[in-house]
Design a protein around this ligand. Sequence first.
Ligand code: ATP
Ligand code: LTN
Length: 332
Amino acid sequence: MKTIVSGIQPSGRLTLGNYLGAIKNFVNIQENMEYDAFFVFIADLHAITVPKEPLLLRQSVRKLAALYLACGLNPEKVTLFIQSEVHEHAELGYLLQTISYIGELERMTQYKDKKIKQVDGVSSALLTYPVLMAGDILLYNASYVPVGQDQKQHLELTKILADRFNYRFGETFITPEPLITKIGAKIMSLQDPTKKMSKSDPLEKASIYLDDNEAAIRKKIASAITDSDGKIKFDPINKPGISNLLSIMSCCANKPIEELEKAYDGKGYGVFKQAVADSIVSLLVPIQEKYEAILNNKELLDKILDDGAIKASYFAKKNLNKVKKRMGLLRK
Ligand code: ATP
Ligand code: LTN
């Protein structure tokens, strides 16, 4: 059985990085890969590892569901659901904590980055976040997990935990592999192209949000940090800003980077930036139109999420029971 699993946190407005690194890949897999089951969820239990206003969280969850659909995920091919509505996620997360070491969690880059940004204390859930994530994946015995580059380390830990569990309790889990796109797996901030574009970046003009209007997109691309040598060349070390814009345009327009380098050779940054903005606008406007319609269709959205939770629970329950038995927990 070949199963694919992934999720995104409803932790704010989604960025072009989330689309190009994750959602676009989900749609690609849905259309072009063979699989038996594909689960895509809204990782709300992950979002609350840092403080979240309940009302805003509830809205973000619905918005992310509508966005998944607007971007082209088809509920007949993909099971879409909300993580907290399948309680087995939290339960397996806890069971896996019993075989995780504090030291290996403290070494996770995302934990170290997020920890220093917390003003009201660091929740213990922020530390155990990767274990919950491992649970999300192992709960469905996934073979593949499509994610952006920044999640690679969490996938490595997932494999370690799967192997450790199998070693201690007998062959139970498949060791999952990440599916990371070649281009677009790490879209950088427009204001600091050495840092990844992130939805929790407080600097608004550092990110293109999927709900940005055309004027905002054009303005942000025009003010994106570049360099002064005037050459349109892919060289992430010496020209991170231009390289980032090339990656963005390559993904949005579905054209190879070399073709863009040739097409804009000698044209100057102004003309190139306009073309980058055009490619983003052409990609996002149709998504935004669909998104509004879906978000306003409350009944349809609820039905899709209800069906998704029922289907995911069926698989989750079966696998969780197997895990508990292996650990000596179930009486019958
Ligand atoms: P936060 O800032 O709240 O941590 P985030 O923007 O990093 O959020 P996540 O919810 O952690 O987004 O990630 C969702 C998916 O998007 C993951 O697969 C992640 O790897 C991918 N992703 C996030 N940022 C980028 C980026 N800049 N480029 C490519 N992929 C990205
Ligand atoms: N940690 C991921 C979101 C996430 C996830 C998962 C991705 C939670 N559980 C399971 C893939 C599989 C992130 O992108 N920040």
